[in-house]
Design a protein around this ligand. Structure first.
Ligand SMILES: NC(=O)c1ccc[n+]([C@@H]2O[C@H](COP(=O)([O-])OP(=O)(O)OC[C@H]3O[C@@H](n4cnc5c(N)ncnc54)[C@H](OP(=O)(O)O)[C@@H]3O)[C@@H](O)[C@H]2O)c1
Length: 164
């Protein structure tokens, strides 16, 4: 099992505000769907509530300290360790945020890759992606895009791999 962090991150590392995404970038949503379809997602309770429902075609594990938390079509874990334990038979497990969860997962040995959409704009928000330490993470793929009629900001799809 390997964990793959997947996130869309502004220049200033903001990922959201007031429990919402701050931009609409259909190209990123499409990539998220393509990469995660048929796989497992792990996410924090706040991110789940921000999405509002289980995403079709994906096993979803929500991390919460609330022992009685329930969400239709999802599994619940009381911490990161329990979430990892539940999904250990799955090959690729995507960690879909938010900020609290990325921060706790990024340093774990299981976290092997980061699929990051860098949105080249600054936003004011209250959730952040952690700094990516270049000594620990190597940039292995980079695809740059200009804005178009559907996607209002320039952006890049970046893939990082954990160095040994
Ligand atoms: N741009 C992106 O790619 C992206 C992706 C995902 C999310 N987001 C944004 O990020 C924001 C949400 O992120 P966030 O950091 O506020 O919240 P979050 O990480 O989604 O969820 C935080 C919650 O997870 C649970 N949790 C965290 N650590 C835990 C642990 N060790 N053990 C048990 N439960 C734990 C707690 O739930 P309880 O309070 O229920 O105990 C905590 O309140 C939103 O604005 C969302 O739109 C952006």
């Amino acid at each position: 099992m390997k964990l793959i962090l997947i996130a869309a991150v502004a220049n200033n590392n903001v990922i959201g505000g007031d429990n919402k995404l701050l931009w609409h970038l259909p190209a990123d949503l499409k990539r998220f769907k393509k990469l995660t379809m048929g796989h497992t997602l792990i996410m924090g309770r706040k991110t789940f509530e921000s999405i509002g429902k289980a995403l079709p075609g994906r096993r979803t594990v929500i991390i919460t300290r609330q022992s009685d938390y329930k969400a239709k079509g999802c599994e619940i874990a009381s911490d990161i360790k329990e979430a990892i334990c539940k999904v250990r038979e799955d090959s690729d497990v995507f960690v879909a945020g938010g900020g609290e969860i990325y921060r706790q997962v990024m340093g774990l040995h299981y976290a092997r890759r980061i699929f990051l959409t860098r949105v080249y704009a600054n936003f004011e928000g209250d959730s952040f992606f952690p700094n990516i330490d270049p000594e620990k993470w190597e940039l292995v793929e980079r695809e740059e895009f200009q804005p178009d009629e559907k996607n209002p900001y320039p952006f890049a799809f970046l893939t990082y791999k954990r160095r040994k």
